[in-house]
Design a protein around this ligand. Structure first.
Ligand code: AMP
Length: 244
């Protein structure tokens, strides 16, 4: 089972992806995290990608597509993925379909987290994340207990270079001018779910799970049963604070 989560930066996509992956028992694959990891390890891919990332631009499709397809192929024995941040262009979506088809798999559904642009800007300008695991805080709405230190793993908190200055506007422009067409691609194939992401994170999560349950084939669902408590919203909220 492969599920795609589409949302602009600051839409809460990362937080929702992590929770969904746990609930559906699939692997969370984030293209942004893979690039950051590659740069931290100083691989050629990481160094090449970093220049684009710092400018708030998309990394070229050739680099991005092969990185994601390699990652999917390497996940032997994993029953599926939750793709976060990929695809961001129609060409990437088409390449993903072709790549999955070659290994007898397909995208089951794409979920779009819709949040207005002004709200995204507010969230992004206050966002800080931890070096170790990218746990997310916000200087306006979700402060850590100790300034500059992650509550969960004690690592340093920092603002991503692409969350500040003109790079933020550029990233949002790319989303609303380019990535938005990926919605048409999946919509035309009746594989798109749109969810209002401008609500508390728990409500967003419950709606996504309900919508996914309606859209998935019985076979896909059988391999990843959704806990009743999550679907009804009775489960304890695994988060506090603002979505990433
Ligand atoms: P994210 O953490 O998803 O916001 O990604 C951070 C940055 O990585 C983006 O602003 C892009 O520069 C790059 N990136 C991540 N995913 C992709 C993608 N699917 N295509 C091209 N560039 C990407």
């Amino acid at each position: 089972m492969h599920i795609i989560l589409i949302g602009a930066q600051g839409s809460g996509k990362g937080t929702q992806a992590e929770l969904l992956a746990k609930t559906l028992n699939v692997r969370h694959v984030s293209s942004g995290d893979l690039f950051r990891k590659a740069f931290a390890e100083q691989t050629e891919l990481g160094i090449q990608a970093k220049a684009y990332i710092d400018r708030g631009e998309l990394v070229p499709d050739a680099l991005t597509v092969s990185m994601i397809l390699d990652e999917i192929q390497s996940l032997h024995g994993i029953q599926g993925t939750l793709l976060d941040g990929f695809p961001r262009t129609v060409a990437q979506a088409q390449a993903l379909d072709r790549g999955l088809q070659r290994i007898g798999q397909h995208v089951d559904t794409a979920v779009y987290l819709a949040v207005p642009r002004e709200e995204l800007l507010k969230r992004l300008s206050g966002r800080i994340i931890c070096r170790a695991h990218q746990h997310v805080y916000n200087i306006y709405t979700h402060l850590p207990r100790t300034t500059g230190v992650c509550d969960i793993d004690g690592s340093e908190l920092y603002q991503r270079s692409d969350d500040a200055g003109p790079a933020v506007q550029r990233r949002l422009d790319i989303f609303f001018n380019e990535t938005i067409h990926v919605l048409d691609y999946y919509g035309a194939q009746h594989r798109l779910i749109e969810v209002n992401g401008n609500r508390p994170a728990e409500q967003v999560q419950t709606t996504i799970l309900q919508e996914i349950q309606h859209s998935l084939t019985p076979t896909a669902l059988f391999s990843a049963p959704l806990p009743h408590k999550m679907l009804t919203g009775e489960a304890d909220s695994p988060y506090s604070g603002f979505p990433s």
